[in-house]
Write a protein of this length. Structure first.
Length: 260
């Protein structure tokens, strides 16, 4: 997800006042391959899994895993994005291995324990109710299944989703993401997370994280050319980084805790 495309529950409890739905990455952007390389080792072996992508958008990221699983369900709240996903599936000839499901943003229209893997890439920061979204992801996961989620990293130098700041028409002002949470959420268009915050939230939601990392900025924001090539060949070359200010996303893999 990236820049905003419209309101998604402004004023909701616990959500930024300017909360907006996200814009998915387009096919060909480097972020898709960088995420895919980090996620593939976390998927169940054998290729027989059913993967549900929560907030699939146009499917550009979701389809990166088609060779790693048996079937895919993409779920989103935006009909136009699902239409684009379906069109991509038609071009690829995926047959009945992929289906798309429209959600109203509440309970997911999927049965309990239907997924071996649930993925969600920079979506949680946009939802009106984080707890409900995570509870639904847990509900549809099979016991022992895997959740792989990414969220925007607070210590990246820019607020990746923009902020509606007074008197400043440019919404990518540096270091807004570093502001105190109360101030950040007053102006930002999406939530933002420290690594320890998303891990703690997952634990409160009934998951036990078993792997996490900071994903190095893919630098898709730079135009193609020498500067972008130099950035990707140097500071931004590894897929993961120990340096918080070089990462745009935090990735966490977790399993649902067995219910008592």
């Amino acid at each position: 997800m990236g820049a905003e495309r419209g309101p998604a529950g402004a004023g909701a409890s616990g959500a930024p006042a300017h909360l907006a739905t996200g814009k998915p990455a387009d096919a060909g952007q480097f972020v898709l391959e960088r995420r895919a390389r980090l996620v593939r080792p976390l998927l169940p072996p054998g290729g027989g899994a059913h993967l549900v992508d929560f907030g699939c958008g146009n499917g550009a990221q979701t389809l990166r895993f088609l060779d790693d699983v048996a079937s895919v369900t993409g779920i989103d709240v935006v009909p136009a994005e699902l239409e684009a996903f379906a069109a991509a599936c038609a071009r690829l000839g995926t047959g009945d291995r992929v289906r798309t499901v429209l959600s109203d943003g509440g309970a997911l229209p999927l049965p309990d324990a239907c997924a071996d893997v649930v993925t969600s890439f920079t979506v949680l920061e946009h939802v009106v109710d984080e707890s409900l979204a995570l509870a639904e992801m847990r509900r549809i996961l099979k016991p022992g299944g895997v959740l792989v989620i990414t969220v925007p990293n607070r210590w990246w130098l820019f607020e990746t989703h923009g902020a509606d700041l007074p008197l400043l028409p440019w919404n990518r002002v540096p270091l807004v993401s570093w502001w105190p949470k109360r101030l950040h959420d007053r102006f930002a268009r999406a939530r933002i997370y420290r690594r320890r915050e998303i891990i703690a939230l997952l634990r409160r939601s009934g998951f036990e994280p078993f792997a996490d990392c900071r994903m190095t900025a893919p630098m898709d924001v730079l135009p193609a050319g020498a500067l972008r090539d130099m950035a990707r060949a140097s500071l931004f070359r590894p897929d993961r980084t120990p340096w918080p200010f070089l990462a745009t996303e935090v990735l966490v893999a977790a399993r649902p805790v067995a219910r008592a």
